[in-house]
Design a protein around this ligand. Sequence first.
Ligand code: PMV
Length: 347
Amino acid sequence: NLPEKGSFTWSSPSNIALVKYWGKKENQIPANPSISFTLNNCKTTTTVSFTKKERKDNFSFEVYLDNEKKDDFKPKIETFFKRILPHLSFLKDYHFKIETSNTFPHSSGIASSASGMSALAACLMSIEKELNSEITDEYFIKKVSFLARLGSGSACRSLEGDIVVWGKHDEIEESSDLFGVNYPFKVHQNFKNYNDTILLVDKGEKQVSSTVGHNLMHNHPFAEQRFAQAHKNLSTLINVFKTGDLKSFIEIVESEALTLHAMMMTSMPYFILMKPNTLEIINKIWAYRKETNSKVCFTLDAGANVHVLYPENETESVLEFINNELVAYCQNGHYICDRIGFGAKLI
Ligand code: PMV
């Protein structure tokens, strides 16, 4: 007795990795554990409306971004539906209308896959919950993360917050390769309301997709050392979060960002996603830190944009620094102020 129709709306944020996920095995299993700050302002809101249909031999759905039909999103969602079909029984029983919007500009170079896939997974899981009232809150959120992972790996880190671990790590008992979990240990006050100002260096589509990048870690000459390093960096971060040691935090986070890009530069084929302005900004941040004793640092995703991370007590001074010295390197002077947040919400 499936309901005839209904709809659910979720909003889900993006996240920024501190220890990076780069390289995966079959079924979106990460080659190494990663850890991220959940963001607060960069998010996707998605409504999934479902109506029962007669024929059950195919997926049936339509996709809208900002009220505009988006047929070019369909192949990615079709692939996602195929992957999650074994885990959600009702996918072929309904026609779905998927309506989505982002708080950040679509072509900003900010990946919407983490926020988008996690919001969509949450909507679908809400339907599952309507069909099975025995689903607990704890199971619900784990399964949303599990499903989101099958859409885009890093999406599984967007459901909770403010710090999420994905991938099995020896010292974090609850960690799993299958879904993200809230960071379970003590976090020092220094990391409360941590800021992430995203400098939009290049808003264009990136030349190499992360899927291709992950795959180039197979047979990569430095793969094994890199995966071991990620385990070690996550171990060190546990102590950093406990003690509030921002100097060590900076070392790990910046090294992780540069290592991610070093992996791209040393794969075969090799590629570079940083732009000249990315390097200008990094050098400016280093110079500013030397002059001022600031604890500002940078990290990078698989693109040219720079995430500027800094503690709450430096909000005013670092924003002034960004406005005076870094905005010039942003495309059209564009940047987005965000900070650490707490995950997805049912609306
Ligand atoms: O989720 P994917 O497959 O788009 O991979 C994203 C990988 C990085 O953003 C580069 C790093 C990470 O851990 O988020």
